[in-house]
Write a protein that binds this ligand. Structure first.
Ligand SMILES: C[S@@+](CC[C@H](N)C(=O)[O-])C[C@H]1O[C@@H](n2cnc3c(N)ncnc32)[C@H](O)[C@@H]1O
Length: 367
């Protein structure tokens, strides 16, 4: 995904000339007109919310308990885990995402060279991070997970935006609306404060980090993650692209206690991170962000939206599969994220759906 045009970035619409109704992208596929909404405001989203506070499969409902019991049964878990992988790979294959080729390209490259340059051998992983995850026995601590994560993300995005005619278009909607919510927050709440330093916590293989660096080319951007495998891929990919004026800095650290200087960032981002964390880690991550932000700086969280109608209406088979590979999804869905952000001391907290399945929350550190 090379250069976003300004209009594309603001609307998430790959056809800026077709942006109508102040933010609706009118696109035609064959004879059928598909209208794809883009969020006009993190607080007044055009995407539909469900009638429930939470999906029925989250929390302590009888359905959620039944699922919990089934998932804790090892033979059933193994079947579900394989099912989760199969869903992602088959979605990828149907949508022109060359899963196997992308994975092979990484695994057969010299990515391994980066590992010792990026890894902090003294880092102690938090216990939650050592669980099997996303159908990988070693969670995010493996080369296979690192090689497959980009294809997996694209696969999730095309599922989230079924109207999109390509993986690029699906990414454009999800990432474009997230960036638009950031810009709106900055315009409303940050006055003339420049965005000079950005921290992307949970940067994985650097996809969100690169979007931030593209959107704020004069800023110094840091990607931080717990997985040295993911960071190796991020660094490897960065070397293969055209050099940036401000190269991205990659750091292997725990976002809960980064060791970075206080008040050293203007924007701290968590993109698709918190649904992978237990609440105790989320609380620490938010407190650490508050410490790292300069006065008036911006926090942005983009992640799954429990209030989304699409998520609440997911078919039981699919959500059983999803839940089986996301050990902390329930905790994330039960957490009142807005309140947790306010409890960490943030102001101007604004939350809204920025695509059918995800929400973006923006907030300011006090002056
Ligand atoms: C789904 S990935 C994020 C993807 C990426 N930000 C994007 O938007 O494409 C979640 C990441 O959070 C990282 N992570 C989880 N807990 C963390 C922590 N305490 N500190 C730093 N990274 C963490 C994981 O290693 C993983 O790479």
């Amino acid at each position: 995904m090379a250069a976003f045009s300004a209009a594309r970035m603001l609307t998430g619409c790959p056809f800026p000339e077709r942006v109508i109704d102040g933010g609706t992208c009118d696109r035609r596929r064959g004879a059928k007109t598909v209208r794809m909404s883009v969020a006009s405001d993190a607080g007044t989203s055009k995407y539909e919310e469900g009638n429930l506070a939470l999906p029925k499969w989250a929390g302590k409902s009888p359905l959620a308990r039944l699922l919990g019991t089934l998932i804790s049964f090892k033979p059933f878990y193994s079947v579900l885990k394989q099912g989760a992988r199969d869903v992602l790979i088959s979605t990828a294959e149907k949508n022109n995402i060359p899963w196997r080729a992308m994975t092979k390209e990484i695994l057969h490259s010299d990515v391994y060279m980066e590992f010792e340059t990026i890894r902090d051998p003294s880092l102690v992983y938090p216990d939650y991070y050592l669980n099997p995850f996303h159908a990988y026995e070693d969670g995010n601590l493996s080369w296979l997970a690192a090689a497959e994560v980009e294809a997996a993300t694209l696969s999730l995005f095309v599922r989230a935006i079924p109207e999109a005619s390509s993986k690029e278009e699906a990414s454009l909607v999800i990432r474009g609306n997230w960036l638009k919510a950031i810009r709106q927050h900055l315009e409303r709440h940050s006055g003339n404060l420049a965005v000079n330093d950005i921290l992307d916590i949970g940067c994985s293989v650097g996809i969100s980090t690169n979007h931030l660096a593209d959107a704020f080319p004069s800023a110094h951007v840091t990607g931080l993650d717990l997985s040295p495998y993911f960071l190796s891929v991020a660094k490897h990919k960065e070397k293969k692209r055209a050099p940036r004026k401000n190269p991205i800095r990659w750091i292997h650290a725990n976002g809960e206690a980064t060791g970075l200087p206080s008040k050293s960032f203007d924007l701290v981002s968590f993109a698709l991170v918190l649904h992978e964390c237990p609440v105790r880690a989320t609380v620490n991550l938010l407190e650490e962000s508050m410490r790292l932000l300069r006065p008036g700086g911006t926090l942005v969280v983009m992640d799954q939206a429990p209030e989304s109608k699409v998520i609440q209406d997911l078919p039981p088979v699919l959500f059983t599969v999803v839940k089986s590979t996301e050990p902390f999804l329930d905790e994330y869905y039960l957490l009142d994220l807005k309140k947790a952000i306010e409890d960490a001391g943030f102001l101007n907290v604004s939350l809204g759906l920025t695509d059918p399945r995800h929400r973006t929350v923006t907030a300011s550190a006090p002056y």
